[in-house]
Write a protein that binds this ligand. Structure first.
Ligand code: SF4
Length: 497
């Protein structure tokens, strides 16, 4: 358990009042509040979860520091420059007139730095989910549900990925109480790396878990597409040359046809008299060859011949070799035209089968990515400085480096401090909730001590990192290997000039 909350009140009946969020629970001795994050421990309000500190020595194979120590230990961390105090389990600033729970100074490469940490309570937050699949999940703007409740919508798809926008203040606060509760629950599970089943109106059911393959209608997605149908033609045209007379790459968005495509023209591939149903965009590139679905290339077809019209009898010839493949290589088929110019399926030549495998091999593994997005432009800033807008300015001016649990964040341009972070780069179980409903997420601001003073920081609350002990339930964890060290001297240079 970490530091007690100084703002706790103690009524006469031994219950204590938590004021760490607007719910204001009265908590009996030995019990915890509605969010299970704060408890009454012998009359003292304490944060239940361990306070996480990143210890870079652990990443290099040093022994894990024991969680509980005997009385002989002097209580200081082993190597302060190797330690970053995260906001996970640190407590909140709510109701926002008080300074952040930890304002910690350290010397980095000869520069005095300060890190201000707090667990933010975010009513304005959500997740963007990127699902690497060509399969049709649902129409744009369709409602996404968890447990039957609307928690978000399908948004614009990206290259090889479908995108969902979940949560946000509208679903957290603007619907029924149940909608807000289920939305908060789904966001919390997604952010903490748990699987969540989502159903999309007019579309599919998808199981999403950060960093894992999506499961669409019960089928685990293996690969994302190598490219759109047109790009696939361009990538492999030369390798198909001589093995077949024409290739169709079936894609819900842009179906490619080798003999008509610029790549085929450059390679001197003759016309084949092929006729594709769908809207011709430019030579060899067709839109809307079928309806979206979970079949070939994200269409609803299971028979590739269903997108063909009759061959032009003046151009095509008996024995013409025709190869179909989907954008993931998951589907492939080989045909030859008979004397009546009707395609007949034949066993695929070995060399062509090898190239089908090559398309598959060039497809990256399909993953679900969960990006937490929130606005820290509100009252949370008051826990950092008496001049809240100056924190925003300082972030915009790149004087202040923002992290979530030590993970780098993307700060959106424009007003406020609107951040986005990949939850898989954060320590485990970094997120909590309060039943208002809102998500609780860690956020740290690191800047030069001199800049902190200038922007009106709570200087009286600054304490050296060496004064932070590993008792009181503080837990050291290794930083994520892919993350820049938030206090590295080069990070200081990079971010602070
Ligand atoms: S819900 Fe949690 S943070 Fe909010 S008042 Fe109750 S115990 Fe405190």
């Amino acid at each position: 358990m970490s530091d007690s909350n100084p703002a706790a009140q103690t009524p006469s009946d031994d219950k204590i009042r938590c004021d760490a969020c607007p719910v204001m629970c009265y908590i009996k001795p030995g019990a915890s509040g509605a969010c299970d994050r704060y408890a009454n421990h012998n009359g003292e309000l304490v944060r239940v979860d361990p306070h996480v500190v990143l210890d870079r020595a652990l990443a290099h194979g040093a022994a894990v520091v024991p969680f509980h120590r005997d009385g002989s230990w002097d209580g200081t961390l082993i190597s302060p420059p190797e330690t970053f105090i995260t906001a996970i389990g640190a407590g909140t600033t709510y109701p926002d007139y008080k300074p952040a729970p930890f304002i910690v100074s350290s010397e980095v490469g000869g520069v005095d730095m300060v890190t201000v940490v707090t667990e933010g309570i975010f009513s304005y937050c959500g997740v963007k989910v990127k699902i690497d699949t060509d399969r049709f999940l649902g129409p744009e703007q369709a409602t996404v549900r968890a447990g039957g409740e609307a928690i978000g919508h399908v948004t614009t798809s990206e290259y090889g990925s479908q995108m969902l926008s979940l949560g946000g203040v509208h679903h957290l606060t603007g619907g029924s109480k149940k909608e807000g509760r289920i939305t908060c629950e789904a966001l919390l599970d997604l952010c903490n790396g748990k699987p969540v089943e989502l159903t999309i109106d007019g579309g599919s059911t998808v199981m999403v878990q950060a960093g894992q393959a999506p499961i669409v209608n019960g089928v685990k997605e293996e690969r994302m597409r190598v490219g759109c149908g047109s790009a696939t033609i361009g990538m492999f045209a030369k390798q198909w040359l001589g093995l077949v007379d024409d290739v169709v790459v079936v894609d819900d968005h842009i179906t490619g046809v080798l003999s008509e495509h610029q790549a085929g023209k450059v390679l001197g591939i003759p016309d084949t008299g092929i006729k594709i149903k769908g809207r011709r965009s430019t030579p060899g590139r067709y839109f809307q060859v079928a309806e979206p679905g979970t079949g070939w290339g994200g269409t609803n077809i299971s028979d590739p011949l269903s997108i063909l019209g009759p061959f032009d009898r003046k151009v095509a010839w008996p024995g013409l070799r025709l190869y179909f493949i989907s954008t993931t290589g998951e589907h492939a088929a080989y045909f030859e035209l008979d004397d009546g110019l009707i395609p007949r399926e034949k066993e695929m030549p070995a060399e062509l089968a090898m190239l089908s495998q090559r398309v598959k091999d060039n497809c990256e593994p399909a993953l679900s990515t969960v990006l937490f997005m929130a606005g820290a432009g509100g009252s949370l800033r008051a826990g950092v400085t008496e001049n809240p807008v100056r924190l925003t300015d300082s972030v915009k001016d790149a004087l202040t480096y923002v992290t979530c649990g030590g993970a780098p964040v993307y700060v959106y341009p424009g007003g406020g401090i609107t951040i986005m972070v990949d939850v898989t780069k954060m320590p485990e179980n970094a997120f909590g909730y309060v039943p208002t409903p809102a998500l609780v997420a860690p956020i740290e601001f690191t800047l030069r001590l001199s800049d902190y003073q200038e922007l009106g920081g709570h200087m009286a609350e600054v304490r050296p990192v060496s004064s932070i002990t590993l008792d009181d339930g503080r837990r050291p964890v290794a930083p994520h290997a892919d993350n820049p060290w938030p206090l590295a001297p080069n990070a200081v240079k990079r971010y602070f000039g």
